[in-house]
Design a binder for this molecule. Structure first.
Ligand code: GLN
Length: 547
């Protein structure tokens, strides 16, 4: 039976709770334990799939096709454990499950209440698959005191009582603000946050305190005394230069030791941190730098492309270079020549996206990369844009476009080189979709196999002709145009196993131009960089040596 670690936050949001949870997961693994991480989000959306990236950052897709919180990306990148749909839940999902059961009559005439019906649903989610791992780490989104979060806090309180003593611990993450004028690190907000937590029946075992600098002994003792935790369970979480320092930094501060002490696991197995030492070495001892332009739409919010930013960093680590990613708003290229903006970059990446805004600019970026021989990686919409650009400017289909944009505009303007996908094979079944279906959870989602063309660039990069990658799209390049495009030199080098859905295109006579219908960034890890990102950065390094 698993031991449970509940991670909560206080004082302010965005303290890096997800990262702290992921780093703790990695440290427990380094000590030989198996882990699974889960996220419980108090918002009312059933999942983040329908939220704008501006609201919630990137949507992280699991192999089994769930659209989840971006923290699951951190969990995977740090632990290498593939997240599942059962690792992410929101109030919306909980309530919709409860209401579905109520309509079915499952509650046998009872009055449905937050306690016990909603809390029981949350507890079932937490406990699912508990026999599979040594530690289950459950992070509660938001901060203590939020109205929406209350059922979750109540559920984890009950859960710890339902389990035998010593099976659950609570870790609370707070902020110690530094007041410049008086030169003091303030503990009061943390004291209040813990008081709030205790008022709902939860006493933290471990306190993780974000601060700009180290926590002086006096403040540490004060925190221990007023928050009722042991002094060695007050863990300093100082700002770091790279998130991948987190496991080593938390280990130095004694986080894993404090957690194992709280469970009375004695003696604790010694950790093997060599994997993280190598990761740090690659980040901090990189030689040289490459500049990659990311031409997209959600450029004001870096979290919108979190996994891409991380996968580029991993690609840099594979080549022992730093990758300087610069975000450029695609709409600029609709007004201005991309030349002056893009010259000087060693590679160009066009990420995924939805809707027509900015797409003409993305095509300009693809055209620039194609004609100038600059390495190009097009992801999902970035692949579709590369294909439409090729259709318009090379295959002379001047009105080529995507049905997505016609649907959005409510009128037909384009020849649909990219069309609305109405059916596809999943396992042994046929999935069917039509226009006007619900928006939530209806895309082609999750891991699908693709077959790669022998001798193609991608087959060489992957070192295989069968791959499995995660998808999240509603539209697809129409196979009908394959011949026409291949006659121009574009190779359809990856296809769905039934040969109907183009998964990868590449230009034959280009140093490095690849478009993929899937999201390779979701599977990249610092200790196992994704081959496409590793090779993309390698190609960028080559360009940087030429200039
Ligand atoms: N909007 C496009 C589609 O639905 C691309 C999606 C994406 O980039 N994730 O097919």
């Amino acid at each position: 039976m698993a031991r449970f670690i509940f991670i909560t936050g206080g004082v302010v949001s965005s303290l890096g709770k997800g990262l702290a949870s992921a780093a703790l997961g990695a440290l427990l693994q380094a000590r030989g334990f198996t882990v699974r991480l889960r996220k419980l989000d108090p918002y009312l959306n059933v999942d983040p799939g329908t939220m704008s990236p501006f609201e919630h950052g990137e949507v992280f897709v699991t192999d089994d096709g769930a659209e989840t919180d971006l923290d699951l990306g951190h969990y995977e990148r740090f632990t290498g454990v593939a997240a599942r749909s059962t690792d992410s839940i929101s109030s919306g999902r909980i309530y919709s499950n409860v209401l579905e059961k109520e309509r079915r009559g499952d509650y046998l005439g009872k009055t449905i209440q937050v306690i016990p019906h909603v809390t029981n649903e949350i507890k079932d989610f937490i406990a699912a698959g508990e026999d599979e791992v040594d530690f289950m780490l459950c992070e509660i989104g938001g901060t203590v005191g939020d109205i929406e979060g209350l059922p979750f806090f109540e559920a984890i309180r009950q859960f710890s009582q339902d389990k035998p003593r010593g099976q659950c611990i609570f870790m609370h993450l707070t902020l110690l603000p530094y007041i410049k004028a008086s030169g003091e690190l303030k503990t009061k907000p943390t004291q209040h946050s813990v008081k709030e937590l205790r008022s709902i029946g939860i006493a933290p075992d471990v306190l993780v305190c974000r601060s700009e600098g180290p926590i002086p002994a006096k403040e540490r003792e004060k925190l221990a005394l007023f928050c009722n935790v042991r002094p060695d369970s007050v863990i300093a979480a100082q700002d770091l230069k790279s998130i991948y320092e987190a496991p080593l930094a938390y280990h130095r501060e004694g986080l894993d030791q404090a957690v194992l002490d709280a469970f009375q696991i004695n003696p604790a197995p010694k950790p093997d941190l060599s994997k993280w030492e190598d990761v740090s070495d690659r980040i901090f001892n990189a030689e040289g730098e490459v500049r990659v332009a990311i031409v997209g739409k959600y450029t004001q919010l870096e979290d919108a492309y979190k996994s891409i930013a991380e996968a580029l960093t991993h690609g840099g680590m594979a080549n022992r270079v730093r990758v300087k990613a610069e975000w450029i708003d695609a709409e600029i290229f609709e007004r201005e020549d991309p030349g002056p903006w893009l010259e000087g970059f060693h590679a160009i990446l066009v990420p995924g996206g939805f809707g027509e805004r900015g797409t003409e600019g993305k095509m300009k970026a693809a055209q620039f990369a194609r004609t100038r021989g600059v390495p190009y990686l097009g992801i999902c919409l970035g692949m579709q844009m590369a294909v439409i650009e090729a259709a318009r400017n090379v295959a002379e289909l001047s009105d080529a476009g995507s049905e997505e944009f016609d649907h959005e505009a409510g009128k037909k303007r384009f020849t649909p080189v990219v069309y609305h996908l109405k059916e596809w094979v999943q396992g042994n079944a046929m999935v069917k979709r039509k226009l006007g279906d619900d928006k939530g959870g209806t895309m082609r989602l999750g891991a699908y196999t693709a077959h790669l063309l022998k001798g193609s660039k991608v087959a060489e990069i992957y070192g295989s002709t069968v791959i499995e990658e995660r998808h999240r799209h509603r539209y697809e390049v129409d196979i009908k145009y394959r011949k026409q495009l291949e006659a121009c030199g574009m190779v359809f080098s990856g296809m769905s196993p039934d040969g109907r859905l183009p998964e990868i295109v590449e230009w034959k006579d280009h140093p490095w131009f690849i478009g993929v219908q899937f999201h390779p960034e979701l599977k990249s890890k610092p200790f196992a960089p994704h081959p496409l990102f590793a090779d993309f950065v390698r190609a960028a390094v080559e360009v940087s040596r030429l200039v």
